[in-house]
Design a protein around this ligand. Structure first.
Ligand code: FUB
Length: 326
């Protein structure tokens, strides 16, 4: 059993955790993180250091109660199509079923997105035999709108291979756009009613600046890198994501879940460690940011820890920037 979590402190310290997707299920807070592993392998821009093999689900009754680790909810050895690297997952609830969405490398070494189901939010999750047809790249985030339509946002550059999927097929030598060209956007697909497959072809999301011009690939402070997340606040759609090489969590706002979105600002300034990844959730009458850093391992990139902080909106709907260390 873990202690009661404190804001901006590791949620758990007995395992390394990252990429937290938080949801309120059955009146409790459930967190679906990646489970970082210790190893001596290479650390590079391809993300080879992120060699995760299973998922644990964490939960807590509220922010004054201890964190429960529910143990292994899904393991690589039980996923027939996956070969390695269980990266950032997300979860959803519909049809009296809990769904876990997760990226992994397939037998050809390409990232794909799979789905697994459970009757409890803590799992165990039973994976589908194949990855979701038409899926590619990493970091799925599932958003169910008030009209019950479900959307899956996904994508990530570099190790996440999004550059290789600019056409219908995987092009191993494809590079991203030039610095003065529009940046690659995250992808979004509608999900089928049974939540197990993509109901529409992946659409590239457009993110523009305050003048309506596309954010450019060279604008590394604002361009999409990985880890998309969607939430709705006061009727507006907030698309948030990591800028990767500049290590920020930023957001853009739109009137439609499929975009376009207008860039607004920074949610979280850089954390200790290369990656930054998050989710945003409302619990009772407050909003929270879940994120990770590498403070628990003194900066080792693949030994991360999940944290949370309260998130506040200003009157105009913009988000107050959070400093992870103040
Ligand atoms: O945890 C592996 C990868 O690192 C995630 O998929 C990315 O978002 C980054 O956090």
């Amino acid at each position: 059993m873990n202690n009661t979590p404190k804001p901006k402190q590791p949620l758990v310290t007995h395992i390394y955790t990252a990429d937290p997707s938080a949801h309120i299920f059955e009146g409790r807070i459930y967190i679906y993180p990646s489970h970082d592993r210790e190893h001596d392998g290479p650390d590079n821009d391809n993300g080879d250091q992120y060699l995760m093999e299973d998922y644990h689900v964490l939960s807590l009754d509220n922010f004054d109660s201890p964190v429960v680790d529910h143990g292994v909810a899904l393991h690589l050895r039980d996923i027939p199509w996956a070969s390695k690297q269980l990266w950032a997952p997300d979860a959803a609830y519909k049809n009296d079923t809990y769904y876990l969405y997760f990226p992994a490398r397939d037998q050809e070494n390409n990232f794909r997105i799979g789905v697994a189901t459970a009757s409890s939010p803590a799992g165990p999750f039973v994976p589908q035999k194949h990855y979701m047809e038409g899926s590619f790249s990493i970091d799925p985030a599932v958003f169910i709108d008030e009209d019950d339509r479900a959307y899956m946002y996904f994508g990530g550059l570099w190790g996440g291979q999004l550059e290789k999927w600019q056409t219908d097929t995987f092009l191993p030598d494809a590079e991203g756009p030039a610095e003065d060209e529009p940046a690659l956007g995250p992808r979004v697909s509608l999900l089928s009613d049974d939540m197990l497959s993509l109901a529409s072809e992946a659409k590239e999301i457009t993110i523009v600046d305050e003048d309506g011009n596309p954010i450019l690939a060279g604008d590394e402070d604002r361009r999409f890198f990985e880890g998309p997340w969607m939430h709705k606040y006061n009727g507006k759609y907030y698309l948030s994501y990591s800028t990767g090489s500049t290590h920020k969590l930023v957001y853009a706002v739109g009137d439609n879940p499929m975009g376009p979105f207008t860039f607004k600002g920074t949610i979280l300034t850089p954390v200790i460690g290369w990656t930054t990844h998050h989710s945003i959730v409302q619990f009772a009458d407050k909003w929270y940011l879940f994120y990770h850093d590498c403070s628990l391992s003194n900066g080792v990139n693949h030994k991360r820890c999940v944290k949370y902080a309260e998130l506040t909106y200003k009157e105009d709907g913009t988000i107050q920037t959070i400093d992870p260390y103040k």
